[in-house]
Design a protein around this ligand. Sequence first.
Ligand code: CMC
Length: 430
Amino acid sequence: MTDTKTAKLSINDRDFDLPVYSPTAGPDVIDITKLYGQAGVFTHDPGFTSTSSCVSQITFIDGDKGELLHRGYPIDQLAKDSNYLEVCYLLLYGELPTATEMADFETRVTRHTMIHEQMHNFFRGFRRDAHPMATMVGVVGAMSAFYHDSTDINDPWQREVASIRMIAKMPTIAAMAYKYSIGQPFVYPRNDLDYATNFLRMCFAVPAEEYVPDPVLSRAMDRIFTLHADHEQNASTSTVRLAGSSGANPFACIAAGIACLWGPAHGGANQACLEMLREIGTVDRIPEYIARAKDKNDPFRLMGFGHRVYKNFDPRAKVMKESADEVLDLLGVENNPTLQVAKELEKIALEDSYFADKKLYPNVDFYSGIILDAMGFPTSMFTPIFAVSRTVGWIAQWKEMLNDPAAKIGRPRQLYTGPTKRDYVNIAKR
Ligand code: CMC
């Protein structure tokens, strides 16, 4: 990061020089941190469309090219040639591991897959029809009441243990939330299985019958985890950073991230997308929904389309589409009506000038739901699976923030348009 350039800002005939930093990739960034002190003005950018909130070395997105890099490595290469746990290592520690480092990391993660037995009672306190995301927000937040030896954020060892614990336990928690919702007994993790297979087994095995997934399904699950692992300063990651900026413990911060992810504009889009495809139902109804998506007076949006940063194909969607073909081929559901609607909708939307002009392309969530549905997951589990995957990204970004000497508590300013000062009027006189 260099700051040899400056930007000039003129306000009421006074000029201010603002430092401009050049990142290793992406557009230059104007530093406005001293602007209020010098000029007495704030900048206004709701939704952070033109605002960088931190310095980061983890993930880079080139939205125009449709490129996503983790520590410099393209996501399509990682999805095809690496695996989720190796990507976790890369995101957390900055480099690809050696074989010894990888074996050590896998051992550390697998040794933490079980949750405290007492925590089972938390699940039992929820209604059976609770959304698994609601259960996850509660149970992950409750981890801070159980793992007291890893809540001190000032101790690097405790930060590390908390990080490994969450990566290891999140699949267990998500699978337990699912099992609870369908009234089946919890299935304990098995450390001889890889991360994805273990998760599938915890979701689909029952004490009466073992579950051995086809390697194609394990690979597809692992890819879903890998493709969602991190996505730079998105809403849930920024939430985790903001929560962490106050010094909150790591479990509380990740619970905040899960809550933010749940929304349909973010991680909840995968559930919303599949529900939309089912609602459309048949190919002949697509034009009606396209017309609704284009109608300014209708709040309906095509779920799984569009992205704040990508103004080109989401690179994750390309890999996800290949995975969808593999899984559906294996399971023999190529003629599944939802898939037919998805394929036709994609084709029609990509040819439509409304979507082309606004650069709205299918995003990762357009295809992930189709794969998860074919695997047997209910739509309510789609976003919890996203949360399992994204945990490592949240943690890597949270750790980076704690190690940044320039990091401060996040505290945006506002453009106030409410009443100015006025005197209180007693209720009898109103
Ligand atoms: N269907 C129809 N119109 C859309 C859509 C859509 N899916 N997405 C954006 N637009 C229109 C929007 O109406 C606006 O039109 P205009 O300029 O005429 O007002 C224009 O495109 C720009 O939209 P925006 O809301 O200003 O863009 P944004 O960057 O704030 O929103 C988004 C990004 C992802 C929230 C939005 O595209 C969306 O709601 N998509 C559907 C939900 C979805 O699939 N979300 C998953 C995102 S990928 C997974 C993740 O990272 O969480």
